[in-house]
Write a protein that binds this ligand. Structure first.
Ligand code: AMP
Ligand code: ZN
Length: 115
């Protein structure tokens, strides 16, 4: 828990969010500024700043994060047509919140390459 981290505060229930999934290790909630008809963020409860900070010691958190995505996508009704997952890392990646998170974007066709 990092006191000044907005996603740590959401994970601890100290800042409200529109949750779609929660368990011991992971929380998922609707993005406050959706970029697609369905836009959900999946985060580990443990504070990890970004993908560069992931170490082998974090493997259980990363495994939890990744293996919950199919469950959440199914719950959101995205499993049949598909969806996009995005992890932005630092400035050039467009990261604005420095707590590791996976964007799940769906409900429309996603173009490639991203901007
Ligand atoms: P990124 O730019 O990859 O770091 O993604 C951060 C995402 O967090 C953005 O899409 C924001 O809209 C979203 N966001 C920021 N604050 C909140 C919040 N309080 N609740 C839900 N989503 C948020
Ligand atoms: Zn955090």
């Amino acid at each position: 828990m990092q006191a000044d981290c907005i996603f740590c505060n959401i994970a601890q229930g100290k800042i409200p969010a529109n949750l779609v999934y929660e368990d011991e290790h992971v929380v998922a909630f609707h993005d406050i500024s959706p970029a697609a008809p369905v836009h959900v963020l999946v985060i580990p409860k443990k504070h990890i700043a970004n993908l560069l900070e992931v170490s082998i010691e974090d493997c259980q958190f990363v495994t939890q994060l990744m293996t919950k995505i199919p469950l959440i996508a199914e719950q959101l009704g995205l499993a049949e047509k598909g969806f996009r997952t995005v992890i932005n890392t630092k400035d050039d990646g467009g990261q604005t919140v420095h707590h590791l998170h996976v964007h799940i974007l769906g409900g429309r066709f996603m173009t490639w390459p991203p901007g």
